[in-house]
Design a protein around this ligand. Sequence first.
Ligand code: ZN
Length: 709
Amino acid sequence: MKFNTFRVLALMVFTSPCILLRSPGQGAPQSVLGFRNFSAQAKIEEKFLAVPDAKLAGEHLKILTAEPHMAATPEDRSTAEYVAQKFRAAGLDTEIIPYRVLLNQPKAIRVEAYDANGVRLMSGPTPEHVGNDAGQDNPRVVMPFNGSSGSGDVTGEVVYANYGRLEDFNRLAAQHVDLHGKIALIRYGVNFRGVKVYLAEQRGAVGVLLYSDPQDDGYFKGDVYPIGPWRPETGIQRGSVQFLFRYPGDPETPGVSSTLNLPDSARINDYVGLDGDQPSIISIPISYHDAAPILHALKGATVPSGWQGGLPFSYHIGPGGVRVHLVSEQDYQRRVIWDVIGTLKGSEYPDEWVVAGNHRDAWVYGAADPSSGTAAMLEAVHGVGALLKQGWRPKRTILFCSWDAEEEGLIGSTEWVEQHSSELERTVAYFNVDVAVAGSDFGASAVPSLKEFVRDVTRSVPSPLGGTVYQQWRLRQPTSNKPLSNLIPGDDVRMGDMGSGSDFTPFLQHAGVPSTDISSGGPYGVYHSTFDDYQWYTENADPHFVYLQEIARVLGLETLRMADADVLPFDYATYAREISSYVNRAKRNAAELGMSSLDFEPAEKAAARFSSAALKVNTLELSASGNLLKLNTALRNTEAAFLWPNGLPNRPWYRHIIYAPGELTGYSAVDIPGVNEAIDARNSGLAAAQLTVLTTVLDRAAQTLSAGE
Ligand SMILES: [Zn+2]
């Protein structure tokens, strides 16, 4: 599901002291955090790196994208069997695990617009079609729809709400534009589509039309498909409008796993509404081909600055000039989905899991999203299988996971995480890929404790552009003109924080498992459309599949290195610095909003205590001295110490006190969300209570970490 553009980079990223041991980017490192003597591990990694194959990855991609494979369809089942077969061939103990979850599939979608005289302006949805695309005429392509949309038949006047952000709706209110009974026309981009629908519903809209404006991913960016990579006139972005910021997964079973034998009585039966935790109004995604006649006819005030998109006429906010009739008939059923889990038992610490995962289901063909991730993961598994055949065994247990129904709301991963809460307490890390490859630009997000680990791994992997992945990554940084030897803290490659929109969310934000997410990005205008297919991929993203090979190697090395480390390579000193910067920023923000009576001192002091615990433990990690078992237990348990059992205000499923998806952004991370969202809402009482929660978890994290000394 994930869309890289929406990621927000951490504002303050410092390098850890560990990096000062050596200059970064100088080829295969001699000393690597986590290993007493890296030379034995370096030999294993060298053997691994030789195996992932670009041509084979391209073959996986071709097979995985041969048919549309939306969750719970027969074609989705076939891809599960293909993945299971490859896992087994590599020597993984493999299971296809079914869950029964509530999913909607569309029976009928209609959009019609009429002018003030009742003359029809358009009737859609217009089929997705371009001059030359091999996949577009397949009858198994699902009609464009939104996962979690309501059903109904509504007619109303139209109001244009720009990106559908809180400030956009506030702007309409300030101009006395009432949304009650109206249909909101909202462009994709900037925030998660479920947030757009949530806010429109709150303001009284009876329906939402979501469209892709050419300014955001169409001809304003460059040539459109099939000439270039950007969205063509009829291209439509499907997608879930689930209220993901409340909880992901099966909408009927928050916190409970939807196994096949979970009785219906244990599921919430009155689907629509669910106390406002799921959308109840209709939402329909359309192309700019279908949006243009509506926008063109719209009267009312001219749009405020920043609201004009890329269509060649002046936009108005409405209402007036045009009425729209929407029909959405959604077939809600409890449907069976299939995760594929391949396990490789660890020789020394079999109870400690290292998990790598990627979703497999796609809205249509899903060449970039997510089949590039699956193809890369299969080649990582191929590499691990080759090591197995040479007699190698990992110290910790490795699991490779192919999740289903991610597109509908991270469902396969969430149900699996909810089923394995006790094993996940001993899980060391989760490594995600989703849109693994849409171009040549490597990027990553990670919890701060794993940022240096990801950099380290990329120093060992060659880039198709020459040098290492790390070196190419660094060339695209704002500070890339500085010589490597002159790097100062803060200059190193930036990594994003963990928001949401992909399968790391249940691991990190519900179960407290340290997580990373990697990808190789590029111009990508066919997101969630029919045109994200093998033809688009090979013509635009990665003609020779060398970036699939790159991601296979990085994902594989993350997994191998974490599974074999003597000392778990977590850097909590960086985590502590980032948390201190979040607290400082929240304090400044509170002061600016006139909430200077809020007492930040206890949280600041707790952050300082966590920092000094982290610095002591970093020293132990670097020397790999002391009691390793005790040290590793402490390192493993520290992330989970950030969980608060009652969760965040109004969203108990989200238990991580440092990171959550923004309640009003959806994809991008909000740091110390309980505190920051209370401040944004000008709620001093709640902000004070959340500062106490933050102080408590920071002290618990400091104690957990200190137990490793
Ligand atoms: Zn995806």
